[in-house]
Design a protein around this ligand. Structure first.
Ligand code: ZN
Length: 452
């Protein structure tokens, strides 16, 4: 049984797809006005693990991830740089896709852009006006009247303040205390890009894009919608209000929210300037997959605290794992894998990942396999690669690092001294090898050389 926590019901629920063996999944993508930071990386890795969990269970997954290329933040940044929003998006969208690839994230089926969906946005806005949920202001903006939507607040649990009914919030992002009518369409202001609409020149508000794209690509009711925890309000609450008012059916069956990431014990925020961007991880010499490993060590819904020290320790664990996998891969494979053993491990693995993605438990199970004295190398290797379909640590691709000729020669020299019982010179060779960054382990099958 596959269970997943549904933010809407606030409990773990058995997953039931709309169409047998298929999952339609929509996740809110980035606003492409700057490089992605580690908070984004954690969310996208968690969505990827969710998707891989479905795939491991035999589902076909259709995944849509939108690119927000028109937004308050886009316009502000483009104006600062004195370029168009299109140019700004073209600068940062490829960077975002590169981050996903570095984190070994399976690409979405489609990355729709807001600027390519303006006619659909106008149509849904018009439908909301026709149904009396939307109203037009003098400046050509269209607002959503939240007091008209009976279930407003059902996802985030916020309650409408009657006293505030009729107040409007102009910005795309706002706080809980500002709950008010929000913009579906924004009337044109000088210095802003615009499209022609029945209400004059203007541009889409932020929230409407996801309602329009989700229904266009996945249908009016979708299986699962994901986003970072801080999108629950107002963004997802507004998406529900728009979609359910316009389409008159339930919008999303399962709401999946990924936990946020603190940096060195503090909330990530613009005012603190403590954003760590993805490229910093690489420029500091880390393997981006160490970040993926680090994220796997915490439950996706929990808040996580990032420190450089924790990343370093994750990288050590990952390298240790790579080393073990190489040893298992190149070790004795005389004993073939026993089917019943393989299946029992698969079952245990499924029990962890199908229990609302308990990845820390699944990771511990993998380490049990690696260290097991009962399993043969063949069994270990097959089980590890099978689990890695969900972990996504690229374990099938690890190659034994090639040993430089100089080291190989030194090892040969050392062997000769050892044969002659010249321990002093043999030890000197060992030290020299160590200084060059390699260690030697003497085993029954001969000396094994490893990079330190
Ligand atoms: Zn969204």
């Amino acid at each position: 049984m596959l269970k997943i926590y549904n933010t809407l019901s606030r409990k773990k629920e058995t997953f039931k797809p709309i169409k047998k063996n298929q999952v339609g999944m929509y996740t809110c993508g980035p606003t492409v006005y700057g490089p992605g930071h580690l908070g984004h990386a954690r969310s996208y890795v968690n969505f990827d693990i969710l998707k891989r969990m479905f795939l491991y269970n035999g589902y076909k997954v259709k995944h849509i991830l939108n690119i927000t290329d028109v937004h308050d933040d886009m316009i502000k940044k483009a104006n600062e740089l004195d370029i168009t929003i299109r140019k700004l998006a073209n600068r940062y969208t490829p960077l975002f896709l590169k981050d996903l690839a570095d984190l070994n994230i399976i690409p979405a089926n489609k990355y729709p852009k807001v600027t390519e969906h303006v006619p659909g946005i106008i149509r849904m806005t018009q439908a909301l006006i026709n149904k009396d949920y939307g109203y037009v202001e003098k400046d050509g903006s269209v607002y959503y009247d939240v007091s008209k939507f009976k279930n407003y607040g059902k996802l985030s649990g916020i309650k409408l303040d009657k006293a505030k009914t009729g107040t409007r919030v102009e910005t795309d992002k706002y706080e809980k205390k500002d709950i008010a009518d929000f913009a579906l369409w924004k009337g044109w202001k000088k210095g802003e890009p615009y499209w022609k609409s029945p209400w004059g020149k203007g541009r889409p508000g932020w929230h409407i894009e996801c309602s329009v794209m989700a229904s266009k690509y996945l249908g009016k009711t979708i299986d699962l919608h994901g986003g970072a925890m801080d999108l629950k309000f107002p963004h997802h609450e507004n998406e529900i209000a728009q979609s359910e008012a316009a389409n008159e059916v339930r919008f999303v069956n399962y709401w999946f929210h990924a936990g946020l990431l603190d940096i060195e014990g503090q909330k990530m925020s613009k005012s603190l300037g403590n954003y760590i961007e993805m490229h910093e991880v690489k420029s500091k010499g880390f393997n981006p997959l160490s970040l993926r490993y680090l994220f796997l060590t915490a439950h996706y819904r929990s808040k996580m605290n990032f420190t450089w020290k924790s990343l370093k320790s994750a990288e050590q664990s990952l390298n240790n794992l790579y080393q073990k996998v190489i040893e298992i891969k190149t070790g004795n494979k005389k004993q073939t894998a026993r089917n019943e053993i393989m299946q029992s491990y698969q079952k245990k693995f499924l029990r962890s990942i199908n229990d609302d993605l308990d990845m820390p438990k699944a990771l511990a199970l993998m380490w049990n396999v690696v260290k097991s004295k009962k399993l043969s190398n063949e069994e270990k290797y097959k089980i590890i690669l099978d689990f890695d379909k969900v972990f996504g640590l690229n374990l099938a691709k690890i190659k034994k690092p090639s040993i430089p000729k100089k080291i190989k020669d030194l090892v040969k020299i050392r062997e000769e001294y050892r044969k002659k019982d010249d321990w002093k010179k043999a030890d000197r060779a060992r030290k020299e090898i160590k200084e060059l960054g390699y260690s030697i382990k003497d085993t029954k099958e001969g000396s094994k050389i490893n990079k330190i």
